[in-house]
Design a protein. Structure first.
Length: 125
């Protein structure tokens, strides 16, 4: 079984791009705290999301956002321009979720649009 669940913060804004077939792909890095470490330490984990998940992450998350990711570990290899074999291990995110509390700007955005602020005199009942 190959299943990963991570909760961490984005180290920079997610980068979205599109393949030749116009399929969205989003790359991002998570800083995940080591839970039982005496000193505060974090691992920096490369992640990639595709299609709707990629669009969701790029639209709603930015540098510093707390995010939960469910996915799988994948290793891929390629040859660089000098002919050397390279590889990378990354998380392919199948699902992404909001976690933690909203930042001040996220709270402001939410209250500006929904729910509408009705005064006590404007209530229909």
């Amino acid at each position: 079984m190959n299943k990963v669940i991570l909760i961490g913060r984005l180290t920079k804004d997610p980068e979205i791009r599109y393949t030749q077939n116009n399929t969205p792909v989003c790359n991002f890095t998570l800083a995940v705290d080591r839970r039982f470490s005496k000193d505060k330490q974090a691992d920096f984990i490369n992640c990639q999301a595709w299609q709707k998940t990629a669009e969701f992450i790029s639209k709603y998350f930015q540098k510093g956002s707390m995010i939960a990711v469910v996915g799988r570990i994948q290793t891929r290899t390629w040859e660089d321009s000098e002919g050397k074999k390279r590889y990378i291990t990354e998380i392919i995110a199948d699902e992404a979720y909001f976690t933690g509390s909203k930042s001040k700007t996220e709270t402001d955005k939410a209250t500006d649009t929904w729910p509408p602020d009705y005064g006590d005199d404007d209530l229909p009942f």
